[in-house]
Design a protein around this ligand. Structure first.
Ligand code: NAD
Length: 350
């Protein structure tokens, strides 16, 4: 029996969480779901978006399934008291990742047969650094008319990310790792990420390595995504290019993700809380369902993880079981039930 902490999230979060839990239950893997509040629900109950009570539940779980949270523009900073001093996080998601010491956001994005895609050949995995970069939360104003944000890059974080990316690539039989950076302009910060990653690449000669300017990575994704495989990116570049990849694959509702640390792991879709469609029943639950599949893989439940991935592909191949963002007319719950039924069949429980 594994304990899985669940954050149902804001906006479309509760709807897609229901669908993902239906699929997890269908696998037959013994999972005990413990619900924890974050974001708006936590503010209602505890008066803060990332309460210590929630962090305690998350830290005790074997894995975390998290739906998207609203992060207000310009006012979403979160301050926690740690070791007698204030630690400031720029957003609720950043606070959760850093409080749990999650250092990499793994985002696989691929197109699915039958689903209309701008780049049907795309099959990439973004390895996004999530502890520092421009999202370190170090930002201040100078008078009334200027502001400064500090980009933090440390050799330790770059090396840890690169080691993880190469080990992951090897374990999943991926052939190539590419670092996207801007070391021609950000000589010292991105330059450090480049030299550190290149040194790790030298110690992993069985995996091809190359580096590209991040703008060239964008062009390559748009023109020839088949040339890219595993892509290491800093916090901000990874944030932006994940959405681009989702769009190329057919929609952001297809892009799952895992946030991995030494002790904890949190699984969430790449997309946000989509407040514009919340409550309409049209949200695509696939990204969170695929994230739940990654959670099973992380727990060592490989057969169940593979069943979820295959079931998603089988269900997406049929227009009747696709949500409107992918050209279908099915609602969120229908897609969840269809994937769950196929998972049960594949697991011999149908
Ligand atoms: P978004 O991803 O929520 O929405 C962008 C567009 O994609 C919208 O048109 C939306 O309807 C659509 N979309 C997103 N997910 C979808 C799905 N599963 N099915 C169908 N359509 C989907 O991005 P945004 O509008 O920039 O952000 C909304 C809120 O979510 C903001 O408060 C933002 O800070 C937050 N956010 C949270 C996370 C997270 O929790 N990890 C990530 C990104 C954004």
């Amino acid at each position: 029996m594994y304990t899985v902490a669940v954050i149902s999230g804001d906006g479309i979060g509760p709807e897609i969480t229901d669908a993902a839990l239906t699929v997890l239950r269908a696998t037959g893997v013994e999972l005990d779901f413990v619900f924890a509040d974050a974001g708006a629900a936590a503010v209602d109950r505890w008066d803060e978006p990332v309460p210590d009570q929630t962090l305690e539940i998350l830290r005790e779980a074997d894995a975390i399934l998290k739906a998207p949270l609203l992060a207000p523009k310009g006012t979403g900073r979160i301050t926690k008291q740690r070791h007698g001093r204030d630690v400031v996080y720029p957003s609720v998601n950043n606070a959760l990742r850093r409080e749990l010491e999650l250092f990499v956001n793994v985002r696989p994005v691929r197109a699915y047969p039958g689903v209309p895609a701008r780049a049907p050949q795309i099959d990439v995995v973004i390895m996004r650094e999530v502890t520092e970069g421009l999202y370190s939360g170090i930002e201040h104003t100078i008078g009334d008319s200027a502001a400064v944000a500090v980009k933090v890059v440390t050799a330790g974080a770059c090396e840890r990310l690169a080691r993880y990316a190469f080990a992951w690539a090897r374990s999943k039989s991926r052939r190539r790792v590419t670092l996207g950076h801007k070391a021609n302009v950000l000589n010292l910060s991105d330059g450090l990420m480049l030299s550190t990653t290149a040194a790790v690449a030298q110690a992993n000669p069985d995996i091809e390595f190359g580096d590209m300017m991040v703008d060239a990575v964008g062009l390559c994704l748009a023109k020839s995504p088949e040339l890219l495989d595993v892509i290491i990116l800093d916090n901000q570049y990874g944030d932006i290019l994940s959405d681009v990849c989702g769009g190329l694959a057919g929609g952001i509702g297809l892009a799952p993700g895992a946030n991995i640390g030494e002790r904890h792991a949190m699984f969430e879709a790449a997309h946000g809380a989509a407040p514009d469609i919340a409550g309409t029943g049209t949200a695509n639950p696939v990204a969170l369902i695929l994230s739940a599949g990654m959670l099973l893989d992380h727990l060592g439940e490989t057969a169940a993880a593979k069943a979820v991935e295959q079931a998603v592909g089988d269900v997406l191949a049929v227009e009747d079981t696709r949500t409107p963002d992918l050209g279908g007319s099915a609602d969120t719950a229908t897609v969840g039930k269809a994937v769950a039924a196929r998972v049960a069949e594949l697991m011999g429980r149908g």
